[in-house]
Design a protein around this ligand. Structure first.
Ligand code: ZN
Ligand code: ZN
Length: 59
């Protein structure tokens, strides 16, 4: 009965770390609207993100 939190599956799109307990940025892909999460580390480094759904890349 511990799989009720869907939010806990959120991962940073750049490094793949689980961002559930972090102060991660969340935004929608400009192409397909999929929710994208990025951890504070990658945000600080301005890593590119890649949408897992449509492959859109952005800063
Ligand atoms: Zn990251
Ligand atoms: Zn997308």
């Amino acid at each position: 009965m511990s799989e009720t939190e869907q939010q806990s599956e959120s991962q940073c799109v750049s490094c793949g770390i689980k961002v559930a307990a972090m102060n991660a940025a969340a935004f929608d892909c400009p192409e397909c609207g999929t929710e994208i999460h990025r951890c504070p580390t990658c945000r600080k480094q301005s890593n590119l993100y890649e949408c897992p759904d449509c492959g859109f890349r952005g800063p």
